[in-house]
Design a protein around this ligand. Structure first.
Ligand code: ADP
Ligand code: ZN
Length: 583
């Protein structure tokens, strides 16, 4: 604050001095000019009475008569009429030498303006610095062309597979153009932090050997305050000038949060403008320029739908936490450049690091290396790794490695096995493509079911089966661990099951007892709504639950087998599940 006012005072002082000195000096310099009409001026020239004329000022003419009198007159021609004057023997003064007063004034004013500019700029210099740092970071990444490849990403096989197609797109956009194929515009990677989303984006650029332009959504709001939209345009301009490239927007949720009602963006118009600029730039692509826009988020559920529409981030790839095999490859990868003792069993370590992200595994190996280096030991041994492991877990506010994971793991394994087994036993067309005990964004375990696609209608039996599939997790828990040990893990399953049952009764008229009435209509009219729908729903759900339990009990050996396989491998694919069921 103090600094500010000193500046201001100094500034005012300088301008004041400048003005005063100007007035003073020009007063000193002042000569008596007599104003004369232009016509008279011309007559004087004709009569050869004019000694000299200054041609400095276009709107006024000053001069001296031969008798020494000074005159001033209007200059209606407003143009050089030097020739005319010279032909009439008038001396022409053209030199623009400034008198000292003017020089001093201008100097002072320039100084003042300079200070003013410096003073105003001061507020922004911090931001400018940040931006410079960011921009130079971008440039630096560019010079790293081709350094990081898919080899640097362990696990994430499906994501890599999906990105491999894009490599060819970027390399040979002309070929795709020739076939009339449009290049995907945007790829959204979503999943928990530290799972290698940035790494994947960077490796795509590396594989395609093009420039990589990383930015972060939150920077657009914080660092580029007020300039977000223009920064987006600049970014795309830069990328386009560069030709083929990968633009990567981390934390895109910071820009494109769901707009709550209307178009307010949690109060941030800034975010909206930036988002719109992004969408405009993305639609502006002709499509086959070899530029891919990638974005990452931990929370796809909060994203503005506008971002997910066709022509925007229309390719979405989930990046989940690594399963045991992926963890093993990640650990191997991050041990490659380190002296690891032969006693260290990375497979075992992979088994012990459930729920660790790639970043955490990398951190584990790095911390171990630091501990070994600090001890000046020959290589990294189990003791170092254990220390690092606990340090990381403590940082995570989790206590014991065996108890946190093993108990949960077992429950999850049976729960997910229950879903998978019931699906296989009661339906013919539904495929279980994957079962996993690694949490996904969708729920505590992972269970993916392929419902036969492209059917316009669902039959009553389809809905009933889906309800039973949803109940399969809880049923398995009860069968294996007993009624008292069922867990909260089934809460979202129960929500789904209740929803489906209610729809079966109240919307689709599929229950004989309730009949064909639509429950919403009944609720909205002022009739007595006590039609015991609630009781009926409960009874039906209960029947479904008993059926489900019966099927699982009859197939308990398979339930055990699937759960055991899950505990060992964490993820089972379709072939593995079918193999177990065929045994
Ligand atoms: P995200 O963008 O998903 O938050 P990052 O890509 O920034 O995660 O990952 C951070 C670091 O963790 C990477 O630089 C890398 O060292 C390590 N890492 C994460 N996932 C993997 C993986 N699948 N393979 C190898 N290293 C990984
Ligand atoms: Zn479940």
């Amino acid at each position: 604050m103090k600094k500010k006012s000193t500046f201001k005072i100094l500034l005012i002082l300088i301008i004041f001095i400048a003005l005063v000195s100007n007035i003073f000096l020009s007063l000193n310099n002042k000569k008596e000019y007599k104003e004369i009409p232009y016509k008279l001026f011309l007559e004087h020239i004709e009569k050869n009475l004019v000694q000299e004329v200054e041609l400095k000022d276009k709107s006024q003419l000053k001069g001296k008569f031969k008798n020494g009198d000074l005159f001033i007159t209007d200059n209606p021609r407003r143009e050089d009429f030097k020739e005319y004057l010279l032909l009439n023997n008038v001396e022409v003064i053209e030199d623009n030498s400034l008198i000292p007063a003017q020089i001093i004034t201008i100097m002072f004013l320039l100084m003042g303006i300079g200070l003013l500019a410096y003073f105003t700029n001061k507020n922004y210099s911090k931001q400018a610095e940040k931006e410079m740092a960011l921009m130079s970071k971008i440039d630096m990444e560019n010079s790293n062309k081709g350094k990081i490849t898919f080899e640097d990403v362990a696990g994430n096989e499906e994501a890599k597979e999906s990105l491999k197609e894009l490599v060819d797109f970027i390399k040979n956009p002309e070929i795709y153009s020739k076939y009339g194929a449009r290049m995907p515009r945007g790829v959204l990677l979503y999943g928990p932090p530290g799972t290698g989303k940035t790494l994947l984006a960077k490796s795509l650029a590396g594989e395609a050997n093009v420039s990589f332009y990383p930015v972060s959504g939150s920077d657009f709001i914080q660092v580029y305050a007020g300039l977000g939209a223009s920064r987006i345009r600049e970014l795309f301009k830069k990328a386009k000038e560069d030709g083929k490239s990968v633009i990567f927007i981390d934390e895109i949720d910071a820009l494109g949060k769901k707009r709550k009602g209307g178009n307010s963006h949690g109060g941030s118009e800034e975010g909206d403008r930036t988002l719109n600029a992004l969408l405009t730039e993305m639609s502006g692509f002709k499509g086959n320029e070899g530029i891919i826009v990638m974005a990452a988020t931990n929370r796809i559920d909060t994203l503005d739908e506008a971002l997910l529409r066709p022509g925007r981030f229309d390719r979405q790839i989930e990046i989940g936490l690594p399963d045991v095999n992926a963890r093993y490859s990640i650990l191997k990868l991050h041990s490659m450049n380190k002296p690891i003792s032969s006693e260290v069993d990375l497979r075992k370590l992979a088994l012990e690091t459930v729920y660790f992200s790639g970043a955490k595994l990398e951190n584990l190996m790095n911390e171990s290396a630091i501990i070994a280096a600090r001890n000046k030991d020959k290589n990294i041994n189990n003791e170092h790794i254990n220390k690092a492991y606990y340090a990381i877990l403590v940082g995570d506010e989790k206590k014991d490695r065996s108890s946190i994971s093993l108990g949960d793991k077992k429950i999850t394994a049976y729960h997910e096995a229950g879903h998978a087994l019931i699906t296989k036993k009661i339906t013919k067309n539904n495929r279980v493509t994957k079962v996993s005990i690694i949490p996904s964004t969708k729920g505590m375990g992972g269970f993916s079911l392929n419902i036969p696609p492209d059917r316009m209608y669902q039959t009553k039996i389809d809905i009933e089966n889906n309800i039973k599939i949803a109940l399969g997790g809880r049923a398995a828990e009860e069968i294996i661990f007993g009624k008292d040990n069922i867990t909260t893990g089934a809460s979202s399953d129960l929500k789904k099951a209740t929803e489906m049952t209610l729809a079966l009764l109240g919307n689709y008229g599929m229950d004989d007892k309730i009949g064909l009435i639509n429950y919403d209509i009944i609720l909205n009219s002022n009739l007595n709504t006590d039609i015991s729908l609630m009781e009926r729903t409960r009874d039906i759900l209960d029947n479904f639950y008993q059926d489900t339990k019966k099927v699982l009990v009859e197939n308990k050996i398979y339930l055990e087998k699937i759960a055991k396989a899950l505990l060992e491998k964490e993820t089972l694919d379709e072939v593995e599940i079918d193999k177990i069921l065929a045994s």
